[in-house]
Design a protein around this ligand. Structure first.
Ligand code: NAD
Length: 340
């Protein structure tokens, strides 16, 4: 039996990944600061679930004890949606917490001779100046330098990518690095401020009465692409299990939409007649007490390198992923209402 360690497996992508690894027959251990996975029973996604703070080197040392791990997936990070990353209020925590986790994890991976380690970077590390034109953003892997991410979250990701690659060069640690572009789907955060745009749009459409209005932050013309978590997991495993290519490589969808188009999809799936109110500028500040956190004007995954190196590509249309996500969030909204 092969062993896999999923750090951050109590979270959204980590939970899906752990579940898949367990289904494949791996012995799966999860370590996460959360006491439980928010939606899944532990037996479904792992053999062992350990609550622990990976900022503490003693906890990370313990996490690797007892088994030699064939595959380690490092997904733990202090992160959230635009309302968490772009307001500036969480910058110090985001950088400090995630950097500490990565410094501890990479060290233990090298010390324990793990088979391979996957690190999840983000498209947020791409330079702001290449993402000003909503219709033509450049997120080719080679465009990363000179670096100029628009958030401290992105700077930490860039630092940590380099950290894992440096351990590869100096200590022969077998690493794989991917830059995720907006991963979404069922069994992820859908309320509370840390949810991402697809979940937020689905929740708003599910909660709003027929004839009502939902808010969309900014002018709604900013572009993004969104990849369903099932395809993300498949892409991660394919990257992890080939021998030659370390990355960094994009894992995302190339189906670019405006945020208003994304909201319209959620509205259509709700079957209701709902209007969009784009809120920004002073109106947003007066209502929320901080500037509207919309991020770069355009961002899209560029999958040329992944296609070339891995020979596979993502193919689920956004509307299909949005449908299963909307149905699940709609169910959560109903459950919450029924529970008072
Ligand atoms: P998530 O927040 O659901 O999962 C992260 C997990 O890390 C959480 O369960 C959290 O409890 C855990 N964690 C945080 N601090 C910890 C600590 N000190 N010790 C132990 N565990 C800790 O996020 P996700 O969407 O599943 O993202 C997984 C990874 O992918 C993250 O590194 C994230 O930065 C990266 N990423 C995600 C997206 C996306 O669209 N979801 C995009 C780009 C990059």
């Amino acid at each position: 039996m092969k062993n896999a360690l999923v750090l951050g497996g109590g979270g959204f992508i980590g939970g899906h990944l752990a579940k898949r690894l367990k289904e494949e027959g791996f012995y799966v251990k999860i370590v996460d600061i959360k006491p439980n996975h928010e939606f899944w029973d532990h037996n479904l996604i792992c053999n062992e679930y350990v609550q622990g703070d990976l900022r503490d080197p003693r906890i990370v040392e313990k996490a690797f004890e007892g088994r030699v791990y064939d595959e380690v997936y490092q997904l733990a990070a202090d992160m959230g949606g635009a309302g968490y990353i772009f307001t500036g209020d969480n910058d110090a925590n985001v950088m400090h917490n995630s950097a500490l986790i990565n410094l501890n994890v990479v060290h233990e991976c090298a010390k324990n001779n793990v088979g391979r380690v996957f690190y999840s970077s983000s498209a947020c590390m791409y330079p702001e100046h290449n993402q000003q034109d909503p219709n033509n953003p450049n997120c080719e892997e080679s465009s990363a330098y000179p670096a100029n991410p628009d958030s401290e979250y992105g700077w930490e990701k860039l630092f940590s990518e380099r950290l894992y690659l440096a351990f590869n060069r100096n200590y022969k640690l077998n690493v794989r690095v991917a830059r995720f572009h907006n991963i979404f789907g069922e069994f992820g955060t859908w309320m509370g401020g840390k949810e991402k745009a697809p979940a937020a749009m689905c929740r708003k459409a599910a909660e709003t009465e027929d004839g009502g209005t939902i808010e969309v932050w900014g002018d709604g013309q900013q572009t993004r692409s969104f990849l369903h978590v099932n395809e993300c997991v498949e892409a991660v495993l394919r990257l992890m299990r080939q021998d030659d290519f370390l990355g960094p490589v994009n894992i995302g969808s190339e189906e670019m939409v405006t945020i208003n188009q994304l909201a319209e999809m959620a509205i259509k799936l709700s079957g209701k007649n709902i209007k969009i109110h784009n809120i920004g500028g002073q109106e947003f500040k007066d209502k929320y007490g901080f500037s509207c956190p919309v991020g770069v004007k355009g961002r899209n995954s560029d999958n040329k390198l992944y296609r070339e190196k891995i020979g596979w590509e993502v193919s689920i249309p956004l509307i299909e992923g949005m449908k299963t996500t909307f149905d699940w969030i709609n169910e959560q909204v109903k459950l919450q209402k029924n529970n008072g």
